[in-house]
Write a protein that binds this ligand. Structure first.
Ligand code: S3P
Length: 416
């Protein structure tokens, strides 16, 4: 079996959510080109529609016509989407009316306190299930005040929720995070004319109304990461992935791969609101690597792939300081370790990560995605790298629709 191809991956999920939300509160109509047609983004779009925002066109080119956010008639369904739930909690805290957010089983278990805590300090009115820890939550929007807040977790979702609330507050907000998380919100809003001062891991957000703009959304680096991994671990691979977002707060995975000795070429092509370019990957001889807490936020969604890379690298690979992985669509430490173990990996679970020994082989097994899109995709790549070299039916593989609806078609297309 040979792996060859020139592919594109779906548009960036984080940027897609933000383009919809920020254009919905802009001064005039905006244009979004290349929006992700994945389940999570569709949740955000439907919620904004329920709040009176008008959309015209399709996912290739969507026009957004903003208006004052209206109190919705019904509770708002976030499905599996943490980004919708967290960012919109920030936005609705500052709008007039009652907003009730709820999610699916997985999202209903994920922590919301991290978002409501700073918002409550800003004066928000929020009630939530399980003593305020989980969805469903009910928000009675009101005028908020600016605060100075130091978060103990590096989360772009929390930071973005606070930034959204700050836009409508009566004074600026200063927000500090322990390590820098992805900065799509800061970039986009600055581009839309909002004043945000950035100094290290601290930002100061000034209230204001974003100016309408045009968004061109690049390919999702986190989706590309599955093919980058496939290319470097497969013994006969040559892949080009085109037009991927290369925001430095997202691409720590590339630096880690370089440390592991991967044969990768980066071809920067330009910079719009976000830098983007092509990546070429080739079969590589890898060595083990250690990942620590400061690197985690900039590669949070790629960490399950590090476990798979570790199986095919010489020596030991370890991820530590990544307890956040336990609060994703599944507990990604436990789901990664348990599924790769079924395939024969020598991998051990840690409270905040995992350690894997580079044995260089896996075998096919009955696998389960744990209803998590990224675990389903990691396991499909892992299965193709077994001696049998084929993808079994993975229980819950349909969850790829969250971020990468045509993943299996693209994957089959590069196997020659
Ligand atoms: C996201 C931020 C990350 C990431 C998620 C999308 C975003 O979550 O895991 O897939 O769009 O802001 P945290 O910021 O909570 O770590």
């Amino acid at each position: 079996m040979k792996i060859r191809g020139i592919i594109t991956v779906p548009p960036d999920k984080s940027i897609s959510h933000r383009a919809i939300i920020f254009s919905s509160i802009a001064d005039k109509s905006s244009h979004i080109y290349n929006l992700l047609e994945g389940d999570d983004v569709i949740r955000t779009l439907n919620i904004m529609k329920s709040c009176g925002i008008r959309f015209e066109g399709d996912f290739k080119h969507l026009q957004v016509h903003p208006t004052t956010i209206k109190e919705p008639l019904q509770p708002l369904y976030c499905g599996n989407s943490g980004t919708s739930a967290r960012l919109l909690t920030g936005l609705f805290s500052s709008q007039k009316g009652l907003f009730v957010l709820y999610g699916d089983e997985s999202l209903s278990r994920r922590p919301m306190r991290r978002v409501t805590e700073p918002l409550l300090q800003m004066g928000a009115n929020i009630l939530g299930r399980n003593k305020g820890k989980n969805l469903p939550i009910a928000i009675m929007g009101k005028k908020l005040k600016g605060i100075e807040y130091s978060s103990h977790i590096a989360s772009a979702q929390v930071k973005s929720a606070v930034i959204l609330a700050s836009l409508f507050a009566n004074s600026p907000t200063i927000y500090t995070e322990p390590f820098k998380s992805r900065d799509h919100t800061e970039r986009m809003l600055t581009y839309m004319g909002i004043k945000i001062k950035i100094k290290g891991n601290t930002i100061k957000v000034f209230p204001g109304k974003p100016s309408a703009t045009e968004f061109f959304i690049p390919g999702d680096f986190s989706s590309a990461a599955f093919f980058i991994t496939f290319g470097v671990i497969h013994p006969d691979a040559e892949l080009t992935i085109k037009d991927i977002g290369l925001n430095p707060t997202r691409t720590q995975f590339l630096h880690t791969l370089q440390k592991m000795g991967a044969n990768i070429e980066l071809i920067p092509k330009g910079s719009d609101i976000e830098p983007y370019g092509d990546i070429k990957v080739y079969s590589s001889q890898l060595k083990g690597v250690e990942i620590t807490s400061s690197e985690v936020p900039r590669m949070i969604d790629e960490l399950p792939l590090i476990a798979l890379l570790g199986v095919f690298a010489n020596g030991i690979t370890a991820v530590r300081g990544a307890k956040e992985l336990r609060y994703k669509e599944s507990d990604r430490i436990s789901s990664t370790v348990s599924e790769l173990k079924k395939m024969g990996a020598e991998i051990q679970e840690l409270p905040d990560g995992f350690v894997v020994k580079g044995t260089g082989r896996l075998h096919l097994s009955e696998l389960n995605s744990h209803k998590d899109h990224r675990i389903a995709m990691m396991l499909a790549i892992a299965s193709l790298c077994t001696e049998e070299g084929k993808i079994p039916t993975i229980q819950g593989e349909e969850w790829v629709k969250i971020s990468y609806p045509n993943f299996f078609e693209t994957l089959k297309g590069v196997v020659k």
